[in-house]
Design a protein around this ligand. Structure first.
Ligand SMILES: Cc1ncc(COP(=O)(O)O)c(C=O)c1O
Length: 382
């Protein structure tokens, strides 16, 4: 039986391949962003107690009111933005479901979408499924900030949208107001849709709070923001996320989401609403935990003679492996695997064009003992 052309070349991602290699070799898997830290204890206890009492049928396509209200409240607390729960918020099957529904609802086959390199690798198959055209803009390390000229140069006659990701996977960069002003000006000039992936909004380091794209310039009018409970509450398997934005866009996305998946998991929306309402202490502890983990793992890479970045957010290190003397991230990841039994993702997985240095990405959303073992293997191995 014929398989659709759009699947060509998508058989196995670099990340999937590394996970299989890690299993074969008994290596530590720092490749996949698995969120292997415990979810909030109160959430699990209440979930276990109340699961039989929550609704188990479908929710409406836009999600349960209690969930959308909790999203709206959190958006208000975090960003000061007022989003109407009834019309501007949608519960989705993870941020991935929100992205697929957004692309399906608002773009046509052949439309171009700006992707800033390095980008979250899953954007590519999502675009491919819908015959959308990635248009890469290379950002330069070590800070990977957006600048005006390369962005302007990339916008062409078919460009209809761009995807932002802040805090960024894999670079750890957080977009500043100045960068978002540039994005706002270019998006307005070319009437572009902006999709802002903010799934790591709660995982950042340093005193400055998360800056939502929709709060800057005129971006609010043209931005669909994606969120995920998977990252903030370490429950990626719940497949629960959300999108918020202007009413006409959310209304169209709701129709696409309904056609794609009917609704997000309804019983988990009830529990998810409680998670979204957790107090600021929870988020402070989450950040402190990740700050500790990132420092420990970074010390391991540095002790091994490599150059980890200092991420401003997300739960990944982006490590410059130039000192290994190999030209590509693919070779660096192979060497790390062979010499230290530590699995990472080559930087090439986050690029359409070749990265200028041999980068690998390492996830630190892992238990402390796994990170300690990774550090000891790195120090002994490389
Ligand atoms: C930047 C980014 N966006 C989206 C996702 C997917 O989120 P979800 O599991 O909610 O679909 C991930 C997961 O790793 C991610 O890193």
């Amino acid at each position: 039986m014929k398989v659709a052309n759009r699947l060509r070349g998508l058989e196995q991602s670099a990340l999937g391949a590394m996970t299989v290699r890690c299993q074969e070799l008994g290596a530590l898997n720092l490749a996949q962003g698995l969120s292997l830290v415990p979810p909030p204890a109160s959430l699990l206890a209440e979930g276990a107690r109340d699961f039989q009492h929550v609704g188990h049928s479908y929710s409406r396509p836009e999600g349960l009111a209690v969930f959308r209200e909790a999203v709206s409240d959190k958006v208000k607390r975090r960003t000061g933005l007022s989003v109407e729960p009834a019309t501007q918020v949608l519960a989705t099957v993870g941020a991935t479901g929100a992205l697929m529904a957004t692309l399906t609802a608002l773009l046509d086959p052949g439309d171009g979408i700006i992707l800033f390199e390095p980008f979250y690798g899953n954007y590519l198959p999502s675009l491919r499924m819908l015959d959308l055209r990635p248009e890469p803009v290379r950002l330069a390390g070590p800070d990977f900030a957006i600048t005006e000229e390369p962005l302007r140069a990339a916008v062409g006659g078919r460009t209809r949208a761009m995807i932002l990701c802040s805090p960024n996977n894999p670079s750890g960069h957080r977009l500043t107001a100045a960068e978002l002003e540039i994005v706002s000006a270019v998006a307005e000039e070319h009437d572009l849709l902006v999709i802002s992936d903010e799934v790591y909004e709660d995982i950042y380091f340093g005193p400055a709070p998360h800056l939502a794209a929709a709060t800057v310039g005129n971006l609010k009018e043209r931005t669909v923001t994606l969120g995920s409970l998977g990252k903030s509450f370490s429950v990626p398997g719940w497949r629960l996320g959300y999108a918020y934005g202007p009413e006409p866009l959310i209304s169209a996305i709701r129709i696409a989401a309904d056609a794609l998946v009917v609704c997000a998991p309804a019983p988990l929306q009830e529990l998810g609403a409680r998670a979204l309402n957790l107090g600021e202490d929870y988020y402070r502890d989450l950040r402190a935990m990740y700050d500790r983990k990132r420092r420990t793992l970074a010390e391991g890479f540095a002790a091994a003679g490599l150059s980890p970045n200092e991420p401003e957010g997300s739960y990944y290190l982006y490590v410059d492996c130039s000192r290994m003397g190999v030209p590509t991230g693919v070779e660096a990841a192979e060497l790390l695997l062979a010499s230290s039994l530590v699995g990472t993702v080559p930087g090439e997985a986050f690029h359409l064009t070749a990265p200028d240095r041999p980068y690998v990405r390492a996830c630190f959303s892992l238990p402390d003992d796994v990170i300690a073992e990774a550090v000891s293997r790195l120090v002994r191995g490389v």
